[in-house]
Each structure stands twice: as structure tokens, then as C-alpha cells.
Design a protein around this ligand. Structure first.
Ligand code: NAP
Length: 318
């Protein structure tokens, strides 16, 4: 791994992901100093009180000034505006690396690139690690361990800068893969975005029923529904921005999903038990592949690990 240490890391946005980066970078000795800014003074105060940042600022340019690594950890929809604000204040240091953690990549590359001055290396990124929690208190150093982080550098990105950012994520515990923004968005549409949409939808459908069914939806939720509610508890602002910024891929995958759902509906209607058994067996095999790849365990999950703290909590949604 090449040198992954930075003198001043600026986190713009200090929520679950920003604070987890701070914890993990500190633990790995990757930062001389970690500073940050957020939308509200309350978050900056909390981040200072918890020792997540050494210095906290009210604005992104103040935090970014003099940093050799700037990480945009805000909701996807405002990354372009934040980069613009930093650039207009002349706060990007020559030679700095600018990256982000947004769950969508093409839109962020399009929005941020026009505001990156010459001599600053913009390399978009996305750690495929998260929980349904938000805010600076939710972060923990182990979040990225054994998880993938996708980097989507453009062709003219400086190779040394890409190698350094790759080494940074590897020191945080991640495996790094490089791909195009468009490919990232298609893969994540099916592995993350559409599953979240299904969770939001099924929880709301049940919620509407719940009013007539006198709490039975909550009482018997262990039958599968409860797992959807955990995913559906994810931050609404973050997910609004994901869907508004990855329309094309999400709508394509949703079309495929709808076709497959119709096929299942048809198999049920016409008593096609063999079809149902084959499709469910295929799904079970895919799950086995995820376990064999070390991305989950096959331990029975009764929803109790979360109560034991973040170290044991069921990992990523994103
Ligand atoms: P979060 O916990 O809600 O934190 C978001 C942070 O952004 C907060 O500190 C918030 O400040 C700040 N922020 C919001 N608007 C801002 C603005 N206009 N200017 C400056 N700061 C602003 O969110 P998160 O889960 O860390 O997600 C952050 C990013 O990571 C998103 O782009 C998301 O797509 C991506 N991501 C999330 C996950 C996941 O599972 N959560 C996983 C991978 C990637 P306040 O607290 O003051 O509002």
C-alpha cells in the first residue's frame, strides 16, 4: 500500500459516514489533524464534544482551507453546491485530493467537476458500508472493515492521487474497486437503491393496513416485516437525494423487478408450485454466495444483535 497519511483531513458533513471515517482514520494514524463542518452548529458541537474533529467550522470553505484531503460526506444533492462554495472562496489547496462518499456517482461527478480548480484531484468514491442510523453519534471505527469501497476516477485523474486515496480506504479496512460512475450506479441501483425503495413501500403499505388491523402488524412483525422496517428507518433526506440522482438506473431495475414480480404473481395464481420452488431456490443460492464471499454470516438473526451495540450490529444497507 502506498502512503495513505494526510496532514489535514476536512470532513464536510459529520454524520454516520463522516464520523466513522474520522474514528477509523484516527485509529489507523492516517491524519495529522481532522477538521469538519456541518449544516448546523449543534452537529459541529457534538463532533467536537465526542472528539471526532479537532476543529469544527460553520462553513465548508473554512474547514477545507489548507486540507490535503477533503471528503464530502453530505447528502448527494448538495455536493455540487458545496464544491462550488469551497472553490469560490479560493479554499482548495494546490495538490489536494477531493473525494466524496455519496451513494450515487454519475450525478456527483457531473455536479462537482466544474468546481474543481486545476491542481486539485477530484476522485469520487462510495463506501458500501452503512447502517440505518444518522448523525455524528452513530459513527464507529469498524464500519468499513471488510467492506467494499468503490472509487470512480475519471480518465484524466492523477494516478498517484488515486493510489493514495485507494491506500487510505484500505487502511480504513476496506477492499477497493475501481469502476466508471455509470457502472457503479447500475450495480448500486439493484443491490441497494431498489431494495430500499421496496422496504419504504412495503412498510408504508403495512402502515396503512395497521390502522385497521389494531397493531397486529407490529405484534407479528418478526415474520419478515421487521427486517424491512430496519432498512426503511434510513435517513429520508439521504434517500430522497439518491432516487432523484440515480433515476435512469433505478427506473430500469424497477422495470425488471416489476416483470419478475408479475411472474411470481402469475405462478401463485395458476398453482405453479415448481416455478415458485425453482425461483426461491435460486434466491437461496444467491444468499449462500454472499455468505461465502464473507459479506454476511449465516448465523440466525432474531434481530437481537443490534441491541448489543454497533460492533455487533448487522452491517450495511448501502
Ligand atoms: P448523516 O448521518 O445524515 O450526515 C449528513 C451530514 O451532512 C450531517 O453532518 C449534516 O449536518 C451534513 N449536511 C447536510 N446538509 C449540509 C449542508 N448543506 N452543508 C454542510 N453539511 C451538510 O448522513 P450519512 O449517513 O453520513 O450520509 C452521508 C453521505 O454518505 C450521503 O451522501 C450518503 O449517500 C452516503 N452514504 C451513506 C451510507 C449510509 O448507510 N448511511 C452509506 C454509504 C454512503 P447536520 O447534522 O448539521 O444536518
Amino acid at each position: 500500500m502506498s502512503n495513505a497519511r494526510f496532514e489535514r483531513i476536512a470532513l464536510i458533513g459529520i454524520g454516520l459516514i463522516g464520523s466513522s471515517i474520522a474514528h477509523a482514520a484516527r485509529r489507523a494514524g492516517l491524519a495529522g489533524q481532522i477538521v469538519g463542518s456541518a449544516r448546523t452548529a449543534a452537529t459541529v458541537r457534538t463532533a467536537l464534544d465526542l472528539g471526532i474533529v479537532d476543529e469544527g467550522y460553520a462553513t465548508a470553505p473554512e474547514a477545507a482551507r489548507g486540507a490535503d484531503l477533503i471528503i464530502l460526506c453530505t447528502p448527494v444533492g448538495i455536493c455540487g453546491a458545496v464544491a462550488k462554495e469551497i472553490n469560490e472562496a479560493g479554499a482548495f489547496a494546490q495538490g489536494a485530493i477531493l473525494t466524496d462518499v455519496g451513494s450515487v456517482k454519475s450525478a456527483i461527478v457531473d455536479d462537482v467537476t466544474p468546481h474543481v480548480p486545476d491542481g486539485v484531484h477530484f476522485i469520487a468514491g462510495h463506501p458500501i458500508a452503512g447502517t440505518e442510523q444518522s448523525g455524528p453519534e452513530a459513527g464507529f471505527a469498524e464500519l468499513f472493515e471488510n467492506r467494499w469501497c468503490i472509487l470512480t476516477p475519471t480518465q484524466d485523474c492523477d494516478a498517484d492521487a488515486v493510489a493514495k486515496l485507494k491506500a487510505f480506504w484500505e487502511h480504513l479496512g476496506s477492499h477497493v474497486e475501481i469502476m466508471t460512475p455509470r457502472h457503479h450506479d447500475r450495480v448500486l441501483a439493484i443491490t441497494s437503491h431498489v431494495p430500499h425503495l421496496i422496504a419504504f413501500n412495503i412498510v408504508n403499505t403495512a402502515g396503512h393496513l395497521e390502522r385497521v388491523n389494531d397493531q397486529e402488524v407490529i405484534k407479528f412483525s418478526a415474520g419478515g416485516f421487521r427486517d424491512f422496517t430496519r432498512i426503511a428507518a434510513s435517513d429520508p433526506t439521504m434517500w430522497r437525494d439518491v432516487f432523484l440522482n440515480n433515476k435512469e438506473a433505478v427506473l430500469e431495475m424497477l422495470g425488471r423487478f416489476t416483470e419478475d414480480l408479475t411472474a411470481l404473481q402469475r405462478a401463485i395464481r395458476y398453482d405453479e408450485g415448481d416455478t415458485l420452488h425453482r425461483l426461491f431456490s435460486d434466491a437461496r443460492t444467491l444468499r449462500q454466495g454472499i455468505i461465502e464471499a464473507g459479506q454476511d454470516t449465516d448465523a440466525p438473526d432474531f434481530g437481537r444483535q443490534a441491541a448489543a451495540g454497533p460492533e455487533k450490529a448487522e452491517p450495511p444497507e448501502d
